[in-house]
Ligand binder design. Sequence first.
Ligand code: TXA
Ligand code: MG
Length: 331
Amino acid sequence: MPRFSPTMVPATPVSIAQAAALVADGDVCAFPTETVYGLGADATQEAAVLRIYELKGRPRRNPLIVHVPDVAWAMRVCAAFPPLASRLAERHWPGPLSLVLPRGAHIPDIVSAGLPSVAVRVPAHPVALSLLRAARRPLAAPSANRSESVSPTTAEHVLRSLPGVPLILDGGPCPLGIESTVLDLTQPRPRLLRPGALPLRDLLSDVPDLELPSCHFDEVPGPLPSPGLLTRHYAPKATLHLVSNPEARFVAGLPSPTGLLTHAPLPQLDGLCDVVERLPATPEAYAVDLYAALHRLDDQGMRSIVVLAPPRNEDWRAIFDRLERAASKAA
Ligand code: TXA
Ligand code: MG
């Protein structure tokens, strides 16, 4: 018998308590974080975590991030918590930084796709924190969307992507709009696994010897050594073209309707695109609305989306990464 109807409810102390009871019972629920909406399950219950993979259609070799309410809980989830982790936690938690550390004994294999490590973070969203405190357990939570599709930044996005989720806590649009930065601390040299909502500039000032990925990898067999390495990811239904200098002839030749996503005026394309989404020209503000803009273009039935490529520099790295993956063709 369905316990909740409708599935999408405003986040209130009562609905948060219901969500906490649901996850304690081995079920899943979706909730807002400061980055994107997450699909959470008790990280210590193997069957509950399995539900996440099933609902998302996620490959079992792509590990999940464990969400905790504070550093003390993070230490319980990890088998070791080195001084650098403590320093970063103190500076950036709650916040959009996920730390990959040795996995604690009570976190089952399935959470980490069999890796000896676990990714952990304290989210900076009042609803996520209230849920974690009420649930009194760590929640494994990937973004609450079908695998490979655009991540959700509103409760409506979750509902459309994953209608089978029993409960979605609606906490409004996510304030940051792209996923957390993922940092591997299990090697002697800290390594950036995924650029994300914590600006690289901030991270580099804390971790000057940070190892940055130099290239993208294609699909690899076995558990993924680092995140987001399935090249196609974050992709809208339309074919996305990431172009530095979109010419009228190129755009006119694309299957229509055509959407344009741009952070600068492109007079040469005036009148050529059916829908224009203008995003702000600073990376943080661009990130806030990026996924929502892709969702809007998809909802309006675009067959092609032309994206003006952002500058290829450190400040835009996380956005460039998402756009590049969204543009890559399925294998
Ligand atoms: O902002 C976020 O991080 C959001 C919200 C919900 O917290 N979550 C999120 O989860 O983006 P997901 O599953 O979409 O991405 C998690 C990333 C994946 O790329 C995964 O490969 C990586 O983190 N990851 C998780 N555990 C890992 C581990 N033990 N070692 C290396 N990478 C790991
Ligand atoms: Mg995701």
